[in-house]
Design a protein around this ligand. Structure first.
Ligand code: NAD
Length: 327
C-alpha cells in the first residue's frame, strides 16, 4: 500500500463492522493514523481490538445520529472512509425509516461535521449496486442511467451519493464513491451466506430459501474489494469519482445453498423455496440479476483474485472456521 495513499489522520465510520474492520486492518498494518467511529450496533469491538494498544489507533464509540460529538472526533482528519450504514437491504421493505435515518441522515450529519472540521481533503463512500435497480444493461457500467433503485436501501445510497457530490463541489473536498456488488468474507453478519449457515446450524435437514433460488448476482471477496478501493482512491482525479466494484460473473442463490451444504458436510438437505415476490425475488426490493461492469477499475490495474463462486467458497470456509457471531 502506498504511503501516499492517504495524507494525515484517517477517520473510518463503521470501522468495527465487516468491511470496515478489514479496511482498518489494512490501514493499521501500514502504519496510518486511524480513528474508528462506530456505535457497535452491528460492528464488534473484537473485530478491531488487536489495534487498541497501538499508538496510532483510536476507537470512538459514537453514533452518527447524535451529531454534536462528530466534529470533535473528526478534528484534524484529512481522509474519511464512510462505511457506517444499515446494510440489510431487506430491512427497508419493512421499515423504510431505518434506511432513511441510518443511511441518509447519518451521511448528512457526517457531511455537516466534515464541512465544519475543514481538515478533510477526501471522503470515500461505500455505495451499492442497488442504486441501479433492475438495470437493463448487464454488466452495468457506472454511467448507466436512469438510476431507479427498487429498494429503499438503494434509494438511501443514491441519496447519500447525491449529498456527498454536492458537498464535495460546494465545500471543496474530493469524493470517491464505490458501488459495491455483494461483498463476502469472515466477520460478515448479514447476507445470504450468513443467513444459510445460521439456518443450517439450527436445522441441518431443511433450508428455507427466500425467492425461487434463481436470483443470480455477483459476489466479491472482501480482500479483492479492499484492493479495488485502495487502487481507486490512489488513482482518482475527478472531484467526484465513481467506481463499480464487482466480480465478472454471477452465482445463483441455489448454487450458494449447494456450496454451503457441501462445505458443512450436509447431504440431502431439503430446500424449501418461499417462491418469493414479483417473479421469484427474495423480498420486495430484491434485485434478481446483478452484475457490474468494473472495467474502469480494471483499467487502473485492478483484477479480482477470485470469481464469484471462489469468493463464496472462501467466505463460507472462513465463516465456518471462525464461527458465526451474534446471530
Ligand atoms: N457487505 C456488502 O455486501 C455491501 C454491499 C454494498 C455496500 N455495502 C456498504 O458497505 C458498508 C459496510 O457494510 P458492511 O457489510 O461492513 O456492514 P456492517 O453492518 O458490518 O458495518 C456497518 C458498521 O456501521 C456501524 N454503524 C451503523 N450505524 C451507525 C451509526 N449511526 N453510527 C455509527 N456507526 C454505525 C455498525 O455498528 C457497523 O460496525 C455499508 O455502508 C454498506 O451499505 C456493503
Amino acid at each position: 500500500m502506498s504511503p501516499h495513499l492517504c495524507s494525515g489522520k484517517i477517520f473510518v465510520t463503521g470501522g468495527a463492522g465487516f468491511i470496515g474492520s478489514h479496511l482498518v486492518d489494512r490501514l493499521c498494518q501500514n502504519n496510518f493514523d486511524v480513528v474508528v467511529f462506530d456505535n457497535l450496533s452491528a460492528g464488534r469491538k473484537e473485530n478491531i481490538e488487536k489495534w487498541f494498544e497501538t499508538s496510532n489507533f483510536k476507537f470512538v464509540f459514537g453514533d452518527l445520529l447524535l451529531s454534536e460529538k462528530i466534529p470533535h472526533d473528526l478534528s484534524g482528519c484529512e481522509t474519511v472512509f464512510h462505511l457506517a450504514a444499515n446494510p440489510e437491504v431487506r430491512a427497508g421493505s419493512e421499515n423504510p425509516t431505518l434506511h432513511f435515518e441510518q443511511n441518509v441522515l447519518a451521511t448528512f450529519n457526517l457531511l455537516e461535521a466534515v464541512r465544519k472540521a475543514e481538515s478533510v481533503k477526501t471522503l470515500v463512500f461505500t455505495s451499492s449496486s442497488t442504486v441501479y435497480g433492475d438495470a437493463y444493461e448487464i454488466p452495468t457500467p457506472e454511467n448507466y442511467a436512469p438510476l431507479k433503485p427498487v429498494s429503499v436501501y438503494g434509494a438511501s445510497k443514491l441519496a447519500s451519493e447525491a449529498l456527498i457530490a454536492s458537498y464535495a463541489y460546494t465545500y471543496g473536498f474530493k469524493a470517491v464513491i464505490y458501488r459495491l456488488a455483494n461483498i463476502v468474507g469472515a466477520r460478515t453478519k448479514h447476507g445470504v451466506i450468513h443467513d444459510f449457515i445460521r439456518k443450517l446450524k439450527e436445522n441441518p435437514k431443511s433450508l428455507e430459501i427466500l425467492g425461487d433460488g434463481t436470483q443470480k448476482k455477483s459476489y466479491l471477496h472482501v480482500s479483492d474489494c479492499l484492493e479495488a478501493m485502495l487502487i481507486g482512491l490512489e488513482a482518482s482525479k475527478e472531484k467526484v469519482e465513481i467506481y463499480n466494484i464487482g466480480s465478472d460473473d454471477q452465482v445463483s442463490v441455489k448454487e450458494i445453498a449447494d456450496i454451503i451444504c457441501g462445505k458443512m458436510g450436509l447431504n440431502n438437505v431439503q430446500y424449501m423455496f418461499t417462491g418469493g415476490v414479483d417473479g421469484g425475488r427474495g423480498w420486495k426490493g430484491d434485485v434478481k440479476f446483478m452484475l457490474l461492469n468494473s472495467n474502469k477499475l480494471k483499467q487502473l490495474g485492478w483484477k479480482p483474485k477470485f470469481n464469484s463462486r471462489q469468493a463464496v467458497e472462501r467466505a463460507v470456509e472462513e465463516i465456518l472456521k471462525t464461527g458465526l457471531k451474534n446471530y
